[in-house]
Write a protein that binds this ligand. Structure first.
Ligand code: NOJ
Length: 519
């Protein structure tokens, strides 16, 4: 299990209202008690914070708000001392516009690093070179007055895209990976990996026939020519080769694509790419048994031989799961996440069931909100500080936190939930413990039994152990009989904390059932 930390919001140690590395170190026992295997840190590198760290101004140093390299080394050692792994966030598609590489690149058309970024002449009439739309809305092209060309930015204009077709860029980025691997990090989550190469001729992207005005501007076009190019696969297998040369390291790619194209990012046995292309389908799909049943089976079927699955339930980019499906179903989601085949990723705070956090207008920070304010797509409500206890500012900081806390923090915090055997936090711990004890839950085979009538039921089997996970995704009692249900031996976990299985699921109930060997 991977636990995602959003460093600005985990724990502040120096009273500036923003989390930092020393804060994370101080909370490692919490993470270790949760029972996770690895921590992924969202970017901690020097950054003007136009996109809160996803605009990197120096790949080989630490943002002073977060600490310094010595503090990073202490944190890494402390993580390793607890038997945990540490993954950093590698942001290859773009840098900050303040990165010295870009400063040099934009200084003149003759600058040695001009070609490190993507510069193009204006189209007739001074228009941008093509119709590409930034993920944050508006054209992907920004005009540079000084040198009279446009540069490409798939995200903010403060995040110019690197030119990965340039071998010097690839070498510089390999050096970045080596810098951290040499320091001992266990791998990387790679930001928007499928974006890193664009079509060489920069053709217009086709219109998306399904776009409607209430969805994001980005989705007006299909990103056919601006993403998922063949060369990006080549470069991702280069990254894998580099990581493999360090031994036991892992690469996780942030990739949003339909199954068939998504699966290609595993690569082939001869040319492996990332170990795990992040699978966001639990976030993207309707919370409905039939839909999820289909999503799980189709995803499983799409995996290449030996491709290890993974499931992500939340992130700093997505609405909180408890806000989306409600508190009762958030427990079902926990059970689902931790009983599916493959590596689960849990986002900080979801283990507490943090739900909707209203952010007053004057406290909004996310550029995604400011670019398209009318759409309600700001990500601040998923980035609020961890509530640790009942003390001032929830124990997160001695100062006013950079974003507001969840409104129910005096009750919904780590210390309250540690003291309550029935809390979501304790449930996560129990599920993680079970997952370790019963290999059927992690590496066992997966078989969907049914996904109808609000119930999602599947079997996990490993070396003679047969477990059935039965989830009620609705708020009515549901009959839930399946072949062999009478063989129920034990209820290993129950969302509601009840005892026996009677062939019926209570509203919002989920169970992990152990079956006696069948014949
Ligand atoms: C994906 C990151 O998760 C998101 O937070 C960021 O805004 C974009 N990449 C751009 O780097």
């Amino acid at each position: 299990m991977i636990y995602q930390i959003y460093p600005r919001s985990f724990q502040d140690s120096n009273g500036d209202g923003i989390g930092d590395l020393a804060g994370i170190e101080a909370r490692l026992d919490y993470i270790s008690r949760l029972g996770v295997d690895a921590i992924w840190l969202s970017p901690i590198f020097p950054s003007p914070m136009a996109d809160f760290g996803y605009d990197v101004a120096d790949y080989c140093s630490i943002e002073p708000i977060f600490g310094d390299l010595a503090q990073f080394d202490r944190l890494l050692a402390a993580v390793h001392a607890r038997g945990l792994k540490l993954l950093l966030d590698f942001v290859p598609n773009h840098t900050s516009d303040r990165h010295p590489w870009f400063v040099e690149s934009r200084s003149s058309r003759q600058a040695p690093k001009r070609d490190w970024y993507i510069w193009r002449d204006a189209a007739p009439g001074g228009r941008p070179p093509n119709n590409w739309i930034s993920d944050f809305g508006g054209s992907s092209w920004e005009w540079d007055e000084e040198t009279e060309q446009y540069y490409l930015h798939a995200f903010l204009k403060e995040q110019p895209d690197l030119n990965w077709r340039n071998p010097e860029v690839r070498e510089a980025m390999s050096d970045v990976l080596r810098f951290w691997l040499d320091r001992g990090v266990d791998g990387f989550r790679i930001d928007v990996l499928w974006h890193i190469v664009k079509h060489q001729a920069f053709p217009d992207n086709p219109l998306n026939p399904h776009w409607t005005a209430d969805t994001r501007e980005r989705d007006k076009l299909l990103q056919v020519h601006s993403t998922d190019q063949p060369e990006a696969h080549t470069y991702s297998s280069d990254m894998r080769r580099l990581a493999d040369s360090y031994g036991d390291r892992v690469l996780v790619g942030e990739i949003f694509l339909p199954n068939e194209r998504h699966a290609r990012w595993y690569g082939t046995p001869e040319h492996p790419q990332v170990h795990m292309p992040f699978n966001f389908q639990l976030i993207e799909s309707a919370w409905d048994a039939a839909v999820l049943g289909r999503v799980i089976t189709e995803y499983e079927a799409s995996l290449p031989a030996g491709g290890w699955p993974n499931w992500v339930l939340g992130s700093h980019d997505a609405p909180r799961i408890a806000a989306r499906i409600g508190e009762a179903q958030a427990r079902i989601a926990a059970m689902l996440l931790l009983t599916l085949r493959g590596t689960p990723t849990l986002y900080q705070g979801d283990e507490l069931g943090i739900g909707e956090v209203p952010i007053p207008d004057d406290r909004m920070r996310d550029p995604q909100h400011f670019r398209e304010p009318e759409r309600g797509i700001g990500r601040d409500r998923s980035r609020t500080p961890m509530p640790w206890d009942k003390s001032a500012n929830a124990g997160f900081s001695t100062a006013e936190p950079w974003l507001p806390l969840n409104p129910d923090w005096p009750q919904r915090n780590v210390s309250e939930q540690e003291a309550d055997a029935r809390s979501l936090l304790q449930f996560y711990r129990q599920l993680l413990g079970l997952r370790r004890e019963h290999l059927a839950l992690s590496i066992g085979s997966f078989e969907l039994i049914h996904s109808i009538n609000d119930t999602l039921v599947f079997r996990r089997t490993y070396e003679g152990e047969e477990l059935v996970v039965a989830l009620n995704l609705g708020s009515e009692p549901r009959l839930c009989e399946f072949p062999g249900w009478e063989r129920t031996d034990a209820v290993l976990a129950s969302v509601l904390g009840a005892g026996m299985f009677t062939g019926t699921l209570q509203p919002d109930e989920g169970l992990i059932l152990q079956l006696r060997p069948g014949h």
